[in-house]
Design a protein around this ligand. Structure first.
Ligand code: AMP
Length: 115
């Protein structure tokens, strides 16, 4: 079982910031910025590349959760990045969909192809 399934099952504790029937959100353990939150589906889906048509509601919920969390953390007016890494070339390390919400500071553009 991947680590985010274990977090969704509450086997591993996190500082939970948001939860509803479909998704949950918690702080990234290695933050890249003052705000770095991960939003995950409770259901196991490996990556964006594995989505089915029926997952449309779930993916909308993930983005709406990110918007609400950004408001709660008061970074909605200053702005933020939302990032999905997808599989190997996308740099995805945990094989369970997660949306990065990154903000709280002006962020450099550091997502470049490897030479
Ligand atoms: P990615 O490279 O897009 O797969 O991102 C995985 C993210 O998960 C990284 O930013 C890690 O720091 C984060 N991460 C891994 N394990 C945990 C954990 N137990 N709690 C919070 N964040 C985690």
């Amino acid at each position: 079982m991947d680590i985010f399934c274990r977090i969704a099952n509450k086997e591993i504790k996190t500082d939970l910031l948001y939860e509803d029937d479909l998704v949950m959100a918690f702080n990234d353990i290695h933050p890249l910025a003052p705000v770095h939150v991960l939003i995950i589906p409770k259901e196991h889906i490996e990556s964006i590349a594995d989505l089915e048509d029926e997952d449309e509601k779930l993916m909308g919920r993930m983005i709406m959760a990110a918007k609400k969390i950004a408001e709660d953390l008061k970074i909605d007016s200053s702005g933020y990045k939302l990032l999905f890494r997808v599989k190997e070339n996308g740099g995805q390390e945990v094989p369970h969909i997660h949306l990065h919400l990154i903000g709280g500071a002006r962020l450099s553009e550091n997502i470049k192809p490897i030479e």
